[in-house]
Write a protein that binds this ligand. Structure first.
Ligand code: GLC
Length: 530
């Protein structure tokens, strides 16, 4: 198995939000050298790649998701030399770097946009989406910004509207312009040339909008104006396929290069539709991340995802990211982590590439941010309907020292008050910690062909609180039982064999054999082998 190990298919990818990982300069913001310092930690944890949320120069209206130079490194994170050192250090530890490319829009401070809005004749004018006002001076259609208000911003100087799906400081690019396409294929090559192995494509299915700018149909219900539209015309347009083909062609020119798309407003079907040999290697499907902690609902979503992908396209699973309330906050009960172990066991034993988000391995909880301290644009605009995404972006909790060892000065977002007990150091020294469970699972996953390459078959154990499935590859078969309830239960094992415990989130006597019926402890994640 070793020889055909394909990192993005067989490995585990760890997302870092660089602002919050480790600050080595005392600026209050994490930096690239901080990540380099922690490569050993990540190697020891057992991950194969790091996805870095954007590190390009950005005015930070949307914290890096508004880029002003696609080939640069923001000085708050360090220099290009620091980046190269990170790539090199990571490579030595067998860890690849995945860059986040935000190609749907630029910052309004990007030189292309600055020129574009300087005159209608400017050569980069057509890099963006400009439209005349309607006869009454209104925007050309009803498209909205997902971050609030209408999607069109009037540019007084040149007398036209420009379109923005996100903040008005994030003008959308005109992907129908072949020059935009060429610029970005070149950006891929630039980073591949620097040793980057993969890309996460921010909201890639928004690149194209309807060429005729037709109004979206409206519907009655929805929290925001954006939710009260059927988004027929402002994303998911058929022209996207050609661009994905071109991106894939570039990637196929490099060894094991990879792209995963962030599917904006995803469903299993939609995300699967964008994966393929001449499309993207993978796409995020957020239906599972958005689902309740209910084993039946989760299993149904998993099966839908498996079905949509079929045998050829490769699944991926994610429980946390920089846009979502952390799973430990959604599902945790106080400071207890037993439930998190069950979630971790699910994430790391399903068929597909698992994605972890920094701090997930120690069960970091979201911070609470007071209204006046909110930094995230969505939170500022929609509080209290949406409190924003600051909560899941707090500094990594390394140790019990001031600022959790993240920084020597006041961090850009506050450290969670639980850091004195919930931190990497404390958990590393506690055998039964969540961190040690993640490590154990990651090592176990790597040693089991069934978990990496095996089939996935759902099992019915007739207990609504339990998720059960079988993974098998050649002679290696594993049975996974996840108890989503606090109650001890009795499971019936498939007949005819003796089973041993391969791994459990609870203490279990070694070498005991089980047949027939077996007790499953409350909140237990149990993996049996034959
Ligand atoms: C993606 C990012 C999110 C960002 C948005 C606009 O959804 O994950 O953080 O705000 O795109 O770029």
């Amino acid at each position: 198995m070793k020889n055909d190990f394909l990192w993005w298919r067989d490995g585990v990818i760890y997302q870092i939000y660089p602002r919050s990982f480790l600050d080595t300069t005392g600026s209050g913001i994490g930096d690239l050298n901080g990540i380099t310092d922690k490569v050993d930690y990540l190697a020891n944890l057992g991950v194969d790649a790091i996805w870095l949320s954007p590190i390009n120069p950005s005015p930070d209206v949307d914290f890096g998701y508004d880029v002003s130079d696609y080939k640069g490194i923001d000085s708050k994170f360090g220099t290009m030399a620091d980046f190269e050192r990170l790539v090199e250090t990571a490579e030595k530890a067998n860890i690849r770097i995945v860059m986040d490319l935000v190609l749907n829009h630029t910052s309004n401070q990007h030189p292309w946009f600055l020129s574009a809005r300087s005159s209608r004749e400017n050569p980069t004018r057509d890099y963006y989406i400009w439209q005349d006002a309607g006869p009454d001076g209104k925007p050309p259609n009803n498209w909205c910004s997902v971050f609030g208000g209408r999607g069109w911003e009037w540019d007084k100087k040149t007398g036209q509207f420009y379109y923005h799906m996100f903040y008005k400081e994030q003008p959308d690019l005109n992907w129908r312009n072949p020059r935009v396409q060429t610029e970005f294929l070149d950006v891929f090559k630039f980073w591949l040339g620097k040793g980057v192995k993969g890309f996460r494509l921010d909201v890639f299915n928004v690149y194209f909008k309807d060429a005729q700018f037709r109004n979206n149909p409206t519907k009655l219900f929805g929290r925001r104006p954006f939710d009260r539209q059927v988004h027929r015309y402002d994303y998911d347009q058929p022209e996207l396929t050609g661009v994905l083909n071109d991106i894939r062609e570039v990637l196929d020119g490099y060894d094991a290069a990879y792209a995963i798309g962030e599917t904006f407003l995803s469903t299993s079907e939609k995300a699967a539709g964008y994966c393929g040999d001449d499309l993207l290697h993978a796409c995020f499907n957020f239906e599972i991340l958005e689902a309740k902690r209910n084993p039946q609902i989760l299993m149904q979503k998993i099966l839908e995802w498996e079905n949509a992908l079929g045998d050829v396209k490769w699944p991926n699973y994610v429980l946390n990211n920089h846009d979502t309330v952390r799973c430990a906050t959604r599902f945790g009960q106080g400071e207890e982590d037993e439930r998190m172990k069950v979630m971790a066991a699910m994430l790391l034993t399903l068929r597909g590439t698992p994605f972890l988000y920094y701090g997930e391995e120690i069960g970091m909880r979201d911070i609470r941010v007071r209204r006046k301290d909110i930094l995230d644009p969505i939170g500022k605009r929609y509080w209290p309907i949406f409190v924003g995404r600051d909560g899941c972006r707090a500094p990594m909790q390394w140790n019990a020292e001031p600022q959790a060892g993240f920084s020597t000065s006041k961090p850009w977002l506050p450290v969670h008050p639980n850091y004195k007990t919930r931190n990497v150091n404390a958990q590393a020294n506690n055998r039964s910690s969540l961190l040690n469970f993640y490590k154990k699972l990651l090592a176990f996953r790597r040693s089991q062909p069934a978990l990496i390459k095996g089939d996935f078959v759902a099992m019915d154990v007739n207990l609504p609180q339990v998720m059960a499935y079988k993974r098998s590859y050649q002679y290696n078969t594993l049975f996974i039982f996840l108890n989503f309830s606090r109650k001890a239960l009795v499971i019936t094992l498939p007949v005819g064999r003796k089973y041993k415990v391969a791994l459990s989130s609870k203490e279990r006597p070694a070498r005991e054999e089980y047949t027939g019926k077996m007790g499953l402890m409350g909140d237990e994640a149990l993996i049996l082998c034959e």
